[in-house]
Design a protein around this ligand. Sequence first.
Ligand code: ZN
Length: 450
Amino acid sequence: MPDLKLYNSRTRKHEKFIPLTETVRMYVCGPTVYDLAHLGNARPVVVFDIVFRLLKTLYKKVVYARNITDVDDKIIDAAAKKNISITQLTVDTTKQYHEDMQALNTLQPTHEPRATDHIEDMITMIETLIKKEYAYAADGHVLFCSKKYKDYGRLSNRSFDEQLAGARVEVATYKQDASDFVLWKPTSNNQPGWKSPWGYGRPGWHIECSAMSKHFLSDHFDIHGGGIDLIFPHHENEIAQSCCANGSDLMANFWLHNGHLTVDGEKMSKSLGNFLTVRDLLKKYPGEAIRLALLTTHYRQPSDFSDTALSLAKATLDRFYTALKPFDTVEASTCHVVLDALCDDINTPLAISHLHELVKELNKSHDPKIAAELKAGAALLGLLYQDHKTWFQKANITNMTAVEIENYIQLRAQARKNKDFKEGDRIRDALLEQNIVLEDSAAGTTWKHT
Ligand SMILES: [Zn+2]
């Protein structure tokens, strides 16, 4: 097996990965369940699914924990807005999250704890932090004194002044220092709350991950992952809480962070109208195409999403599945080139280019050995897991590639230009039979799957 090298955000270096124990342990920050998962939420899930698959290939035992945050201000606000109970909102949203992530062919983590099932763990950790004088109770709140932890700011490489500027910290009378952050806060009776030594209240977000990672992976584990936007303050605070409470130097050996996601070059936001939920995208594209599109960019780079990228991913999969058509019964073997690419800091773009080369070779040689290798390489990426027939049927999609469809659109435009509307309609109807809908606008004709 090749060496695994990963870029460690903690040391800012590429390092050889050496597991701490025989069981490799990874924690990834999961969703706050108040709304449908958008593409930005999906990226870390897919990225760390690749890491999980790779670790399982390289090591005998891997434990992967990813939490569900089901208590949070955003949840309380969203439930009030929708006029439903918090439980109904979190249960429904969790179910939708699971369905959407399954459609992207991501594996279920070994543990998926819900924060509300671990309030006791959080209270215990907070009590330890108070006892060790890293935290204090004031006015129903418990706060962590960031300045007491000597390594605070090391992960994000920020001074205290920069931290304050970046965090838009609220000034509150119960805080001894502006940089202190909340471990526990009071809650009114109609909001979710638990009895605690500091009164009826609920945990802050950061302590949830510290308590749950300790519960499932112990004080010091191998890999902690999440989106780059979580480095500060969330991951910085997780490290401070865990290391101070556990009396350990490190929380995780390796910190892995995936880059931002943009849509058509813009930051995704509801106000810009480019907010893409996984659920909406799944109406237009098969989950496997969304997955492939997410993997075409290296996980640490910013990723830009567009309909073109998705159509291309879909066309690529059409081509791959077509090449594999005569080899449905061939079993996957091993694929060293893809394994090597992934072991080099999860280089998925390189891994995908190897798949393209294998398909080219397969189309030329029709050698079942190449098909077996292609299947093995694709399996490491969680791709080409369906048989040929299922892909073309279940994807609700036609045997036509994007290029073919574009050709038909041009033929139709030509016919209409020649006033041959009958021919134009014939092409439109023929495409509809293949589940392709054409939409005409001033800007031209676009297509989508029915
Ligand atoms: Zn977290």
